[in-house]
Design a protein around this ligand. Structure first.
Ligand code: 5GP
Ligand code: ZN
Length: 110
């Protein structure tokens, strides 16, 4: 783990953050600067820089993220109203934290 990775520090509880969910492989917490009423980050505990760095054997992490997104959308009450799932990839794609994470964004009144 890079010692300067913010999300590794959150995963390792070096930076106190309320987890909405945690298991052996993932944590979920609210985005500090929400873009919508519901904006949570689904984060693998394993440090992977971005989608570009995924290895074939890490496929279960990717599928696990999507299954978790489905469950968290329900838990956050946006599964039927709808939501967006977003990976920002590298600087040009808007990534600012270089530890793989999936944004779950929703809860707009439409
Ligand atoms: P990225 O642009 O890298 O895909 O998204 C990183 C997200 O992490 C941003 O939406 C940002 O608001 C969020 N973020 C940055 N620092 C912190 C933090 O210390 N705590 C939490 N909960 N979210 C953070
Ligand atoms: Zn990390």
């Amino acid at each position: 783990m890079p010692s300067d990775c913010l999300f590794c520090k959150i995963v390792n509880r070096e930076i106190p953050t309320e987890f909405l969910y945690e298991d052996d492989d993932f944590v979920v917490f609210r985005d500090i600067n929400p873009a919508a009423p519901v904006h949570v980050l689904l984060v693998p505990k394993k440090h992977i820089r971005s989608i570009n760095d995924l290895q074939k054997e890490e496929g279960p992490i990717v599928s696990g993220l999507f299954m978790l997104a489905k469950d968290m959308a329900k838990e956050q009450g946006v599964n039927t109203s709808g939501y967006k799932l977003l990976f920002n990839v590298e600087k040009g794609g808007g990534q600012v934290i270089f530890h793989l994470h999936l944004h779950l964004i929703g809860g707009w009144k439409r």
